[in-house]
Design a protein around this ligand. Structure first.
Ligand code: 6PG
Length: 242
Protein backbone atom coordinates (compact mmCIF):
# COMPACT_ATOMS: atom_id res chain seq x y z
CA UNK A 1 0.00 0.00 0.00
CA UNK A 2 1.24 3.46 -0.93
CA UNK A 3 -0.26 6.07 1.39
CA UNK A 4 -0.17 9.85 1.23
CA UNK A 5 -1.62 12.65 3.33
CA UNK A 6 -2.52 15.95 1.62
CA UNK A 7 -3.65 18.94 3.68
CA UNK A 8 -5.52 21.82 2.04
CA UNK A 9 -6.12 25.29 3.52
CA UNK A 10 -9.91 25.05 3.30
CA UNK A 11 -12.77 22.86 2.13
CA UNK A 12 -12.97 24.50 -1.30
CA UNK A 13 -9.36 23.52 -2.04
CA UNK A 14 -10.01 20.01 -0.72
CA UNK A 15 -13.08 19.71 -2.97
CA UNK A 16 -11.14 20.87 -6.05
CA UNK A 17 -8.32 18.40 -5.42
CA UNK A 18 -10.71 15.53 -4.66
CA UNK A 19 -12.61 16.06 -7.92
CA UNK A 20 -9.40 16.35 -9.93
CA UNK A 21 -7.82 13.23 -8.39
CA UNK A 22 -11.02 11.20 -8.76
CA UNK A 23 -11.38 12.16 -12.43
CA UNK A 24 -7.72 11.39 -13.11
CA UNK A 25 -7.98 7.95 -11.51
CA UNK A 26 -11.15 7.13 -13.46
CA UNK A 27 -9.65 8.27 -16.77
CA UNK A 28 -6.50 6.20 -16.09
CA UNK A 29 -8.57 3.10 -15.30
CA UNK A 30 -10.60 3.51 -18.50
CA UNK A 31 -7.45 4.08 -20.57
CA UNK A 32 -5.82 0.98 -19.08
CA UNK A 33 -8.70 -1.45 -18.69
CA UNK A 34 -11.51 -0.06 -20.80
CA UNK A 35 -13.76 0.69 -17.85
CA UNK A 36 -13.69 2.18 -14.35
CA UNK A 37 -15.62 1.03 -11.28
CA UNK A 38 -16.05 3.65 -8.59
CA UNK A 39 -17.73 3.34 -5.19
CA UNK A 40 -19.10 6.51 -3.63
CA UNK A 41 -19.02 7.77 -0.06
CA UNK A 42 -22.19 8.98 1.59
CA UNK A 43 -22.76 11.68 4.16
CA UNK A 44 -22.30 15.42 3.54
CA UNK A 45 -18.57 15.92 2.83
CA UNK A 46 -18.64 14.43 -0.69
CA UNK A 47 -21.65 16.44 -1.90
CA UNK A 48 -19.66 19.44 -3.28
CA UNK A 49 -17.13 17.01 -4.74
CA UNK A 50 -19.91 15.27 -6.69
CA UNK A 51 -21.15 18.70 -7.82
CA UNK A 52 -17.63 19.50 -9.07
CA UNK A 53 -17.47 16.15 -10.90
CA UNK A 54 -20.78 17.03 -12.60
CA UNK A 55 -18.90 19.86 -14.37
CA UNK A 56 -16.38 17.44 -15.92
CA UNK A 57 -16.64 15.40 -19.10
CA UNK A 58 -15.96 11.72 -18.42
CA UNK A 59 -16.32 8.60 -20.64
CA UNK A 60 -19.75 7.93 -19.14
CA UNK A 61 -20.50 4.65 -20.90
CA UNK A 62 -17.27 3.16 -19.51
CA UNK A 63 -17.88 4.31 -15.93
CA UNK A 64 -19.78 2.18 -13.41
CA UNK A 65 -20.91 3.70 -10.12
CA UNK A 66 -21.52 1.82 -6.88
CA UNK A 67 -22.01 2.99 -3.30
CA UNK A 68 -19.78 1.91 -0.41
CA UNK A 69 -22.65 2.03 2.04
CA UNK A 70 -26.30 2.95 2.28
CA UNK A 71 -28.76 3.83 4.97
CA UNK A 72 -31.62 1.30 5.03
CA UNK A 73 -34.20 3.76 3.71
CA UNK A 74 -36.10 4.11 0.41
CA UNK A 75 -34.08 5.54 -2.49
CA UNK A 76 -36.08 8.79 -2.38
CA UNK A 77 -35.60 9.28 1.38
CA UNK A 78 -33.76 12.42 2.54
CA UNK A 79 -31.12 10.23 4.24
CA UNK A 80 -30.39 8.14 1.13
CA UNK A 81 -26.78 8.23 -0.09
CA UNK A 82 -28.07 7.21 -3.52
CA UNK A 83 -30.43 10.20 -3.56
CA UNK A 84 -27.66 12.59 -2.52
CA UNK A 85 -25.23 11.45 -5.23
CA UNK A 86 -27.92 11.46 -7.93
CA UNK A 87 -29.03 14.98 -7.00
CA UNK A 88 -25.48 16.37 -6.75
CA UNK A 89 -23.97 14.55 -9.78
CA UNK A 90 -25.44 11.55 -11.50
CA UNK A 91 -28.79 13.02 -12.56
CA UNK A 92 -26.89 15.96 -14.10
CA UNK A 93 -24.73 13.88 -16.50
CA UNK A 94 -25.45 11.42 -19.34
CA UNK A 95 -24.30 8.28 -17.56
CA UNK A 96 -26.36 5.26 -18.68
CA UNK A 97 -28.88 4.15 -16.05
CA UNK A 98 -27.49 0.62 -16.34
CA UNK A 99 -24.13 1.92 -15.12
CA UNK A 100 -25.54 2.92 -11.74
CA UNK A 101 -25.54 0.13 -9.16
CA UNK A 102 -27.17 1.42 -5.97
CA UNK A 103 -27.50 -0.79 -2.92
CA UNK A 104 -31.06 -2.20 -2.73
CA UNK A 105 -33.08 -1.24 0.36
CA UNK A 106 -36.58 -2.42 -0.56
CA UNK A 107 -36.74 -6.06 0.58
CA UNK A 108 -37.70 -5.10 4.12
CA UNK A 109 -34.77 -7.31 5.17
CA UNK A 110 -31.29 -5.71 5.24
CA UNK A 111 -29.48 -9.07 5.17
CA UNK A 112 -31.43 -10.15 2.08
CA UNK A 113 -30.68 -6.87 0.32
CA UNK A 114 -27.00 -7.14 1.29
CA UNK A 115 -26.87 -10.65 -0.20
CA UNK A 116 -28.60 -9.45 -3.36
CA UNK A 117 -26.11 -6.63 -3.81
CA UNK A 118 -23.21 -9.01 -3.23
CA UNK A 119 -24.60 -11.23 -6.01
CA UNK A 120 -24.86 -8.17 -8.27
CA UNK A 121 -21.24 -7.25 -7.49
CA UNK A 122 -20.02 -10.78 -8.24
CA UNK A 123 -21.97 -10.86 -11.50
CA UNK A 124 -20.73 -7.44 -12.61
CA UNK A 125 -17.09 -8.17 -11.79
CA UNK A 126 -17.47 -11.83 -12.86
CA UNK A 127 -15.80 -13.14 -9.73
CA UNK A 128 -16.95 -16.30 -7.98
CA UNK A 129 -17.20 -17.02 -4.26
CA UNK A 130 -13.78 -16.97 -2.64
CA UNK A 131 -12.52 -14.12 -4.82
CA UNK A 132 -12.86 -10.41 -4.02
CA UNK A 133 -13.83 -7.88 -6.75
CA UNK A 134 -11.33 -5.08 -7.26
CA UNK A 135 -12.69 -1.55 -7.48
CA UNK A 136 -10.59 1.00 -9.33
CA UNK A 137 -11.44 3.66 -6.76
CA UNK A 138 -13.41 3.87 -3.54
CA UNK A 139 -14.27 7.21 -1.93
CA UNK A 140 -14.68 7.17 1.85
CA UNK A 141 -15.57 9.67 4.54
CA UNK A 142 -14.64 9.61 8.21
CA UNK A 143 -17.10 9.98 11.05
CA UNK A 144 -16.18 11.95 14.18
CA UNK A 145 -16.20 8.56 15.98
CA UNK A 146 -13.68 7.07 13.55
CA UNK A 147 -16.16 5.05 11.47
CA UNK A 148 -16.05 4.84 7.71
CA UNK A 149 -18.64 3.54 5.28
CA UNK A 150 -21.04 1.91 7.76
CA UNK A 151 -18.31 0.23 9.76
CA UNK A 152 -19.12 1.65 13.17
CA UNK A 153 -17.10 1.16 16.38
CA UNK A 154 -17.55 -2.15 18.19
CA UNK A 155 -20.00 -3.62 15.66
CA UNK A 156 -19.94 -7.22 14.41
CA UNK A 157 -19.48 -6.22 10.77
CA UNK A 158 -15.91 -5.08 11.54
CA UNK A 159 -14.87 -8.75 11.81
CA UNK A 160 -16.64 -9.87 8.60
CA UNK A 161 -14.05 -11.45 6.33
CA UNK A 162 -16.16 -13.63 3.99
CA UNK A 163 -19.00 -11.44 2.77
CA UNK A 164 -18.42 -8.49 0.43
CA UNK A 165 -21.54 -6.61 1.55
CA UNK A 166 -23.01 -6.90 5.03
CA UNK A 167 -25.35 -5.21 7.47
CA UNK A 168 -23.86 -2.52 9.68
CA UNK A 169 -25.59 -0.68 12.46
CA UNK A 170 -25.58 2.93 13.63
CA UNK A 171 -27.40 3.36 16.97
CA UNK A 172 -29.50 0.29 16.12
CA UNK A 173 -30.40 1.59 12.66
CA UNK A 174 -29.42 -0.93 9.94
CA UNK A 175 -27.12 0.10 7.12
CA UNK A 176 -25.66 -1.83 4.20
CA UNK A 177 -21.90 -1.58 3.86
CA UNK A 178 -18.90 -2.83 1.94
CA UNK A 179 -16.83 -5.03 4.24
CA UNK A 180 -13.14 -4.67 5.05
CA UNK A 181 -11.98 -7.30 2.50
CA UNK A 182 -13.83 -5.54 -0.32
CA UNK A 183 -12.52 -2.10 0.66
CA UNK A 184 -8.96 -3.39 0.97
CA UNK A 185 -8.97 -5.08 -2.44
CA UNK A 186 -9.31 -1.68 -4.12
CA UNK A 187 -6.65 -0.30 -6.48
CA UNK A 188 -7.23 3.11 -4.87
CA UNK A 189 -8.99 4.57 -1.85
CA UNK A 190 -9.48 8.29 -1.18
CA UNK A 191 -10.52 9.44 2.31
CA UNK A 192 -12.25 12.84 2.26
CA UNK A 193 -12.10 14.56 5.66
CA UNK A 194 -13.17 18.12 6.39
CA UNK A 195 -13.96 20.07 9.55
CA UNK A 196 -12.63 20.61 13.07
CA UNK A 197 -15.06 18.04 14.46
CA UNK A 198 -12.99 15.30 12.79
CA UNK A 199 -9.66 16.30 14.45
CA UNK A 200 -9.63 13.74 17.26
CA UNK A 201 -10.89 10.84 15.15
CA UNK A 202 -8.36 11.64 12.43
CA UNK A 203 -5.49 11.80 14.91
CA UNK A 204 -6.52 8.40 16.34
CA UNK A 205 -6.97 6.81 12.91
CA UNK A 206 -3.60 8.01 11.56
CA UNK A 207 -1.64 7.27 14.76
CA UNK A 208 1.04 4.55 14.60
CA UNK A 209 -0.76 2.50 17.24
CA UNK A 210 -4.46 2.33 17.96
CA UNK A 211 -7.60 0.24 18.44
CA UNK A 212 -9.31 -0.52 15.13
CA UNK A 213 -12.42 -1.65 16.96
CA UNK A 214 -12.70 1.82 18.43
CA UNK A 215 -11.57 3.58 15.23
CA UNK A 216 -12.70 1.30 12.35
CA UNK A 217 -11.21 3.50 9.60
CA UNK A 218 -7.84 2.03 10.78
CA UNK A 219 -8.95 -1.23 9.14
CA UNK A 220 -8.79 0.35 5.67
CA UNK A 221 -5.35 -0.66 4.38
CA UNK A 222 -5.94 -1.12 0.63
CA UNK A 223 -3.53 -3.17 -1.43
CA UNK A 224 -3.38 -0.24 -3.85
CA UNK A 225 -2.98 3.50 -3.24
CA UNK A 226 -4.44 5.30 -0.24
CA UNK A 227 -4.92 9.07 -0.25
CA UNK A 228 -5.99 11.12 2.77
CA UNK A 229 -7.37 14.44 1.48
CA UNK A 230 -7.83 16.72 4.47
CA UNK A 231 -8.61 20.35 5.10
CA UNK A 232 -6.56 22.25 7.72
CA UNK A 233 -9.48 22.29 10.17
CA UNK A 234 -9.63 18.49 10.25
CA UNK A 235 -5.85 18.04 10.18
CA UNK A 236 -4.99 20.37 13.10
CA UNK A 237 -3.79 17.44 15.24
CA UNK A 238 -2.06 15.51 12.46
CA UNK A 239 1.68 16.03 12.10
CA UNK A 240 2.56 16.43 8.43
CA UNK A 241 4.36 13.19 7.60
CA UNK A 242 5.87 14.01 4.17
C1 6PG B 1 -22.68 7.70 5.49
C2 6PG B 1 -21.24 7.62 5.11
C3 6PG B 1 -20.41 7.79 6.35
C4 6PG B 1 -19.79 9.18 6.22
C5 6PG B 1 -19.23 9.65 7.53
C6 6PG B 1 -18.80 11.11 7.42
O1 6PG B 1 -23.49 6.90 4.99
O2 6PG B 1 -22.98 8.63 6.28
O3 6PG B 1 -20.91 6.63 4.34
O4 6PG B 1 -19.39 6.84 6.51
O5 6PG B 1 -18.77 9.15 5.22
O6 6PG B 1 -20.24 9.52 8.51
O7 6PG B 1 -19.96 11.85 7.15
P1 6PG B 1 -19.89 13.44 6.83
O8 6PG B 1 -19.17 13.56 5.53
O9 6PG B 1 -21.34 13.85 6.72
O10 6PG B 1 -19.16 14.06 7.98
Amino acid sequence: MVSSVEIYPDKAALVARAAELTAAQLRAAIATRGQARLALAGGSTPKPIYAALAQLELPWSQLHIFWGDERYVPADHADSNQRMARAAWLDQVPIPAANLHPMPTSAGDPAADAAQHEAELRAHFQVAAGSVPQFDLILLGLGDDGHTASLFPHTEVLAERDRLVAVGSKDGQPRLTFTVPLLNQARGVIFLVSGANKQDALQAVLAEQGDANQYPARLVQPQGELWWLLDAAAAAKVEQVN
